[in-house]
Structures are given as structure tokens and as C-alpha cells.
Design a protein around this ligand. Sequence first.
Ligand code: LLP
Length: 410
Amino acid sequence: MLKWVRNNLTMDQESVERIAHKYGTPLYLYSRSQIAENYRKFDRAFSSVPHLICYALKANSNLSVARVLSRQGAGTDIVSGGELYRALKAGFDPEKIVFSGVGKTKEEMVYALRVGIFLFNVESIEELRTLDQVAASLKKKAPIAIRVNPDVDVGTHRHITTGTAENKFGIHKNYIEESYRAARSLKHIQIKGIQAHIGSQITSVAPFLTLLKLLLNFVEKLAKNGIPLQTIDVGGGLGISYNEERPPDPKDLAQSFLPLLKNKRWTLLFEPGRFLVGNTGILVTKVLYRKSSSHKTFVIVDAAMNDLARPALYDAYHEIVPLRQRKGEKKVVDVVGPICESGDYLARARTMLFPEKGELLAIKNVGAYGFAMSSQYNSRPRAAEVIVEKNRVSLIRKRETFPDLIHGEK
Ligand code: LLP
């Protein structure tokens, strides 16, 4: 957890400045206790019903971060063979792994069936038939849920909304019943549940409640037609506060969900990513230069869009604070990185304490979709990652080197 101690930013009682001096910048820094607390908050909220929280590994797939969650008892939501590999390395129980994604390959299906994952979230009839064939070749049955495209708009950024008919995800709600009938006719498919994921950074309960009702409606209809389901998965998407948003808590979700689930035997599944890790990480960066014209003032830092793509991609807001609280003049600035693109910025037209050359800054709430979306663009080695655990600061991913940049090339 982040806290000011005598005007210095600390994470779980450790000085961020000291850590940055030791490991260099740009640096991703995570709080173990915050990850565990976020998980427990979610878990506690739904303790009165059978449930499984499957952490969306894509949000932050660092092994040590993921391991904090596997140790808490979380399952995981994966979207590729690579994520399955990571999930197993991070200690997730295969029986708590769900596999989402519109384009699972046969090789990925074989891998997941061999490992014995909990279920596949199937997103098309062709995928369903392929999965049946692959399972047959292994003499296994593939456990599945069908992903519904509920055609609901959740009012989030268009790049991170996933539940409208415009999006590639899931099977449109009008074709769900026939899809289950098709699944029932396939010998190597075992029908387990139903799933949907409607988008990310959702800041109200209403879309989730609409979704749950829609899924329950399907569950009842299917049961009447002799297709009983055991699991209902409402996906991820719960938002966090980056700026002024006031997203609901898991408790608020539970309050609206639980009355609908009374005396039922279904297991409720969630696939949160951002909620579990978003607020647990900061990106520490150093101010390289400042420059002003009659138009603008730029603060040039050593982190860039290759380290944190969210502002460039989604115009996302991330609060930026100096590691030492101090008095000083405020200015409207653009905080930009060294990459040769105008879109390379971390904050735009931001009113903030005018940083000094060499000053260290923390970019907040970057635990989700931060490092995970980083690249080596402009041949910039990826940043180091560090976690603060109880009285211990551990390097959990080395800073990349120049030889890392050309690894595997000829
Ligand atoms: N389940 C599925 C099937 C998903 O596709 C996703 C996210 C999640 C769960 C987790 O969603 P969350 O709880 O984290 O909102 N890069 C974007 C976010 C992309 C989300 C993709 N899918 C960003 O930085 O905002």
C-alpha cells in the first residue's frame, strides 16, 4: 500500500526512492499486501455462495504477482497456450483454470485438455466442433461453457467494450439455445456452464446486473430443455478509480447479485483482472529534461509508451506524483517519453507540480495492463519489476539488456 511518510512515498513501509535508486528507472513496483487484500475483498463479498474467482492473467502475468493470487486460492482466466504455461508455473490448480478467447488453436486445446483445465469458454460453433474432435483424439471429454455475446453496451472506452453485437466476442444471444443443442449432440463435449464478459473498467453495478439476469434467463430455459448448467461466469470488468471515478465495490456487486442466487446450487465465476492488480503497482520514472515554448511545456521522462501503453492507446489517465512531497510552482504540462512518436505521452495537459530535472515520479495504478502490454519498441529494453513483500523487496523481473533485444535474431 502506498503511504506518505515524512513527505516521502513509501510502499508497504519501504521507501520508493530507495528502491528506485537500487534498481534504476523506469521501474514497475508492486505491493504484495495490496494484491492479497484486493483478492480477499472480492472473495469475502461472495462468501455466502459457491464461487470461484479466476484472475484474468493478461492483466499482469508476472509469475510472482500471479503466485500471490494462486496462493490465496484464486483460479485464473487464460487466453493462450503461453498463459496456460505461465499459470501452471505460477502454481494455479488446473481445476481452477478457465480458457477464454475467440481463436484457440488445436495445439492449445490439446495442451489444456492434457493438463485438465476446469473449462473452455467456447466462442463459436466451429470452435466447439474443433474442440470435440481434439478431445476425441485424446479420448477425453472437454468441459465447456458457451460465451454469450449479450449485446449490452457498458459505456466504457470503445477499445475495451466487448459485449455488443459489434464485437467479435462470444456467440450472439439469439443463437445460444441452438448452440447448446449442438454441444449436447457432440460426444466429447461436456456442458458445464455459461459465460460472458462485457467489457473492462465498468464503473456501475447496472450492466453486471443486466448481464446476470440475462444469463439466469438462459440457465432456466436450458434447464427446462434438459440442459442443466452448473456454472455461471459473469467475466471481469469491475473498474477502479484512476481519476474521479467511483466504481462499485465487490460488496455492492454482491448486494445486487445475491438475492437472485438464493437457494441455488450454481457456482458463480468471476474473471477480474484490473480490480485485483490495478491499484497495486506504480511505475517509477526519472525526469530527463523539461522544455517550454509559447505553446506548451513538456516534461520528458525515461519511461515511455513502450513501458505504459494505456495513455497512448486509450487516452487513459494515470495520476503522477513526485516521490517527495514538496512545495513548488504548478504548471500545465505534457509528460512524454523518449519514443519517436507524438502519441508517446503519459499525461497530457496535466496540471501538476512542475518537476525538477532528475526528479523521480510515480505513475500510479499501473498494476493492470501496464508491464503486461509493454514492448521493446524503439529498441528500449523492458523495465525491471520489483515486489514489496513483508519486510522484503524482491526483484521479480530483471531489467532487460541490449543482448535481450536481439535474442533469437540472426
Ligand atoms: N475475462 C475476459 C474474457 C477478458 O477478455 C478480460 C479482459 C477480463 C476477463 C478481465 O477484465 P478486467 O477485469 O481486467 O476489466 N488493455 C485494456 C483492458 C483490456 C481488457 C481485455 N479483456 C486496458 O488497459 O484498459
